[in-house]
Design a protein around this ligand. Structure first.
Ligand code: UN1
Length: 494
């Protein structure tokens, strides 16, 4: 890796105006993964200028041609999967198998959106007037600003970049300061696969002002943001001031509901994976377990047995199942929630502390944690923790489980374990989250289905699937009158 890692603007790798740098560190070891240029608003201005200049040419390139570039991107990502995944693990800590999954999600998205180059369907409808045709086509919105998080440092930039590109938008990408090196490798792949200069631009930086400068830029047509609810709120307000389109994907407080007729072994697998996979740092992570009282004791015992066998450590090491938290601030945040849980009367069954001995000494490791006797109004049952912390809540039946599930402000993902078809159907109808799993955990979305959340998780937009095309395009209605005379709609009916 050449240092410092640079911005990519107008097809060139360039320094930042400030002349400053910041370090991206491995959360397992504290080692520097890359020294990166630390950009400011001037660098955003330049990236926006390059993206604006590139827009006309890119939007006019036939969509199937744009698709061919994305096919090449898919193949290159596949070829580089192992190297990219290792960088993901080193930069943000998730275990290697999951890091490969992160890259795979980008590969899937690249193939999916590449194929949209030959679809991108509009529609043709009859006009109400004779000798007149009416059709609708998708249009790109312009230069889009993408603000992406560290927890899926390849997948989420790809969820936003590939649909934006296939529709003819140009991009300014501002990745999380936790994962700049991964972002630069991602953009390097795009460059090498023939994305023309200025079509995708990358601006790296550590200051929160950088994202704000992008959102407030007069020429940015749309902001797609994934991250915390607090930042998302600010993005929404800044975007509203300039009448920008904005798509937000924010917090979650996802639950797994386990009924008394469930396959408990299967449920334990899904709970462990959903609560502790990615060290609980997924928007879709499960942090509430709503268990039918008839099976609560048994399930809790089974879960504790499984948790005792979980291996925490450096994600590059074979056999490790749980990596570190991304940084010290995140570790402190998780610790604060442990305190809050105890103060509010939840019972700590296991975990609850940072791991600091031996190989853990230089990283941000945290023991997988289980709370019992959690009540729906407690903070640990209401607020997103983003760590390996799960709370058990007892419920008497499915109705109560659904009511408790729906009682949080977020609406991303819910899972239900039951063998009763009627219960499953009722849950699918009444659960108020935008993703529902039956007999599988809360994580594991696929790229060709819409991803996002109801209520405070988002603002109604979806990523991935066909829904992503709606986010990144505008509809244009075209009327062609070939009658050779004035025909007034709604008036000239004869
Ligand atoms: C996220 O945590 O922001 O369903 C994305 C999943 C993954 C994506 C998660 N496919 O957990």
């Amino acid at each position: 890796m050449k240092t410092p890692v640079k911005n990519f603007i107008g097809g060139k790798w360039v320094g930042a105006h400030s002349g400053r740098t910041f370090d991206s560190r491995d959360p397992a070891t504290g080692e520097v993964v890359g020294r990166c240029v630390d950009s400011g608003p001037e660098d955003i201005d330049e990236a926006m200028k390059a993206a604006t200049e590139a827009f006309e040419g890119w939007r006019r390139m036939p969509a199937p041609r744009r698709g061919e570039i994305l096919f090449r991107v898919a193949e290159r990502l596949m070829r580089d999967k192992e190297t990219l995944a290792r960088t993901v693990t080193r930069e943000m800590g998730k275990v290697l198998a999951e890091a490969k999954g992160d890259v795979q999600e980008a590969i899937d998205m690249a193939y999916y959106m590449a194929a949209e180059g030959r679809r991108q369907f509009g529609f043709v409808v009859p006009s109400e007037l004779p000798d007149k045709s009416a059709l609708c086509v998708r249009e790109p919105v312009g230069v889009v600003g993408l603000i992406t998080p560290w927890n899926f440092p390849i997948a989420i930039p790809s969820w936003k970049t590939f649909p934006a590109l296939i529709l003819g938008n140009t991009v300014v990408l501002k990745p999380s300061p936790e994962t700049p090196v991964t972002a630069s490798l991602f953009v390097q792949v795009l460059e090498e696969c023939g994305v023309p200069p200025g079509v995708v631009n990358l601006v790296l930086g550590s200051s929160p002002e950088l994202g704000a400068a992008l959102v407030r830029h007069s020429n940015v047509a749309l902001i797609s943001f994934t991250g915390s609810t607090a930042t998302g709120d600010q993005v929404a307000m800044d975007a509203a001031a300039g009448h920008k389109r904005v798509a937000l994907e924010m917090g979650g407080k996802n639950a797994i509901l386990v009924m008394d007729d469930a396959d408990l072994d299967l449920a334990v697998d899904g709970i462990t994976w959903s609560a502790f996979g990615t060290t609980g740092q997924r928007c879709t992570a499960c942090s509430r377990l709503l268990v039918h009282r008839e099976v609560k004791e048994r399930l809790t015992r089974m879960l504790l047995n499984r948790m005792a066998k979980l291996t925490v450590g450096n994600g590059l090491k074979p056999g490790v199942e749980i990596g570190p938290l991304v940084n010290h601030a995140q570790l402190e945040r998780v610790q604060r929630y442990i305190q809050a849980g105890m103060q509010e009367g939840a019972r700590l069954l296991t975990g609850g502390k940072a791991l600091t001995d031996g190989e853990y000494a230089r990283g941000h490791f945290f023991a997988p944690t289980l709370f019992d006797q959690v009540k729906p109004t407690m903070r640990i049952a209401q607020e997103e923790i983003f760590g390996p912390v799960l709370g058990v809540l007892e419920v008497k039946d499915l109705e109560e489980a659904i009511a408790v599930n729906n009682s949080v402000q977020y609406g991303l993902s819910t899972a239900l374990y039951t063998r009763d078809l009627n219960r499953a159907q009722r849950a699918m109808r009444d659960i108020r989250t935008a993703i529902v799993y039956i007999n599988a955990g809360t994580i594991g979305s696929e790229v060709h289905l819409p991803f996002g959340g109801m209520r405070r998780t988002g603002n109604g937009h979806r990523e991935a699937g066909q829904a992503a095309l709606d986010t990144f395009s505008e509809w244009k209605a075209i009327y062609v009158d070939y009658s050779g005379r004035l025909q007034r709609a709604q008036i000239d009916k004869e």
